[in-house]
Design a protein around this ligand. Structure first.
Ligand code: PHE
Length: 347
């Protein structure tokens, strides 16, 4: 008996323990063999020997179970020790990621306009035709719809749906959700069926909307000029407002910045580059959202995030933005530990 117990206790791992168990308690193990031989004994001896063997078997079974638990606990402890992660180790430089220029540019836009009092608002990529067009004063069959190369989706609950072609529907959602005064910016994905070196079917825009009792064109101009100068980090950046047309603003203005067409340098040279669309929110748009245009007015502008990033960093081609080429990401990405700060502008 003790010899058996010792062998169980000496089993060094679960496999060795199982071998001992089979040898003692298995179908043709030592104890089983002896139990089988009981039949050849006379009844008196059989009872005594039977009881003894049962006790032995129970004791050995218990010993195997106890050893098994000890071995398993030791194995877990060993694995925990082996797989310990030292969180104080510095990261391996080669696998450190970077912030994508789209994300970084959105962070910069949010930092600048956030400091001016705008809060971030969001909307879904799939929009109702009404939010994307109708409420923005773009009626069905209006030619302005043709400019947008819209991806139309199957109607749901009788309502036509689209992949939003601009972030302007977030204006609608915001005005329907909260009463004025309103100051929001809406960065996000937008979609148009267009694909070449400067157009992608999926791209990003950022919208801005300010509604109050006495917001004027002067506020719009001041806000946009300050924003562009902070974004490009050029205090003297020339900014020009040019009359234009959008169905959802009246008056509407295209905004240009000064640059040098040949060198691509921003802020230098006598050329103008169109950079964003803006205007005073059309009274019909306010009325569509239940806001009385005789009491409230405001401005809106919308800009392309990739376009801003390309101009700021001299990136000529839009396509690599979405190709996950690690060399491009390393080159144009921003270190993850370099948050946007405004203390020196965000040049
Ligand atoms: N939504 C317009 C576009 O995508 C941009 C814009 C926004 C213009 C807000 C004016 C006011 O082209």
């Amino acid at each position: 008996m003790n010899e058996f117990i010792d062998r169980i206790a000496a089993a060094g791992d679960l496999r060795a323990l199982d071998a001992v168990r089979v040898e003692l308690l298995g179908k043709s193990g030592a104890i089983t063999q002896q139990l089988k031989q009981l039949g050849s004994l006379d009844p008196e001896a059989r009872r005594a020997r039977g009881a003894e063997l049962n006790r032995l078997r129970d004791a050995l079974t218990a010993a195997v179970e106890a050893r098994k638990q000890a071995l398993e606990a030791a194995e877990i402890a060993a694995r925990i020790a082996a797989e310990r992660i030292d969180v104080t180790l510095p990261p391996v430089p080669d696998v450190v990621g970077s912030i994508h220029p789209v994300s970084r540019t959105i962070e910069e836009i949010v930092a600048i306009l956030g400091a001016m009092g705008f809060a971030v608002a969001e909307g879904p990529d799939i929009e109702s035709d009404w939010n994307n067009f109708g409420a923005l004063n773009i009626p069905a069959h209006h030619p302005a719809r043709d400019d947008h190369d819209t991806f139309y989706l199957a109607a749901q609950d009788g309502e036509a749906r689209v992949l939003r072609t601009h972030t302007s529907p977030v204006q609608i959602r915001t005005m329907l959700r909260e009463p004025p005064p309103i100051r929001v910016i809406a960065p996000g994905r937008t979609f148009r069926a267009d694909h070449d070196a400067t157009h992608s079917p999926m791209f990003h825009q950022c919208e801005a909307l300010a509604i109050d009792r006495d917001i004027t064109l002067g506020h719009l101009k001041g806000c946009i000029i300050d924003f562009l100068r902070a974004f490009f980090g050029i205090a003297s950046l020339p900014v020009r407002f040019r009359a234009s047309y959008f169905p959802f603003t009246e008056p509407s203005m295209e905004v240009d910045i000064g640059w040098n067409r040949r060198s691509g340098e921003i802020g230098a040279g006598g050329d103008w580059l169109e950079i964003l669309g803006s205007g005073m929110v059309h009274p019909n748009v306010l009325a569509n959202c239940g806001i009385d245009p005789r009491e409230w007015q405001g401005f809106a502008f919308g800009m392309g995030v990739e376009r801003l990033a390309m101009l700021k960093h001299g990136i000529a081609d839009l396509r690599p933005f979405y190709e996950s080429d690690i060399r491009w990401l390393r080159h144009y990405g921003t270190p993850a530990c370099a948050p946007v700060t405004l203390h020196e502008g965000v040049a």
